[in-house]
Design a protein around this ligand. Structure first.
Ligand code: SIN
Ligand code: FE2
Length: 204
């Protein structure tokens, strides 16, 4: 493990190939029940380049009128989100260092060329819980900085099977994904990447 910044813990190759394949199979089941949707920015309605879905009791959504929020149901189907797979609960137990269960797992699907602008994860009400991030598929360039937008940033390449814990003093750091590297995925077709972020949403 590598501490990229205080509380920002990088765990390269945490998940074996077999574990990664099992996670992809679990995500396919989740997407069948809770189809990927394209979130849009608050106010402007500009679409994200990443498509999303969730599992767990709560899911993160965003649209022009409602803004960023967590809710118990899928924005298009109105159905509750599928349950969190046991493997993800195990990963939280092993890596998060936080007693209470995660309530949301956001599934970010990056097609080739997708990116994620610099932002802070601040829609959760339990600041003591970290965000646990899991990368699958194509390698990406992950940028991270400080709590202020203008703070200096650094970058690290995240590969399939890597985990990052965004916690402690870095819980509210800016972060984003600048780009995907084509030809780096043997797990997912078409240079795609999946990122899973597990979060505790309500106060523990
Ligand atoms: C996110 O910050 O929601 C996604 C980060 C990533 O895709 O690695
Ligand atoms: Fe984030």
């Amino acid at each position: 493990m590598i501490e990229l910044a205080p509380g920002l813990i990088y765990r390269p190759a945490h998940f074996s190939r077999v574990e990664q394949e099992a996670l992809v199979a679990a995500i396919r089941d989740i997407v069948r029940a809770a189809p990927l949707f394209t979130p849009t920015m608050p106010r402007t309605g500009k679409p994200f380049s990443v498509r999303m879905t969730n599992c767990g009791p709560l899911g993160w959504v965003s649209d022009r009128d409602g803004g960023y929020r967590y809710q118990a149901t899928h924005p298009a189907t109105g159905e509750p989100w599928p349950a969190m797979p046991p493997a993800l609960l195990d990963a939280w137990r092993d890596l998060a260092g936080f007693d209470a269960q995660p309530e949301a797992c956001l599934v970010n699907f990056y097609a080739a060329g997708a990116r994620m602008g610099l932002h802070v994860d601040s829609d959760e009400q339990e600041p003591r819980a970290p965000v646990l991030s899991i990368s699958l598929g194509a390698t990406c360039l992950f940028r991270y900085g400080g709590s202020k937008r203008g703070d200096p940033t650094k970058s690290v390449k995240l590969s399939s099977g890597d985990a990052v814990v965004i916690g402690g003093q870095s819980r509210f750091c800016h972060h984003g994904v600048d780009r995907l590297f084509p030809g780096t995925s043997t797990l997912l077709a078409n240079d795609a990447r999946i990122n899973l972020t597990l979060r505790r949403v309500t106060p523990a």
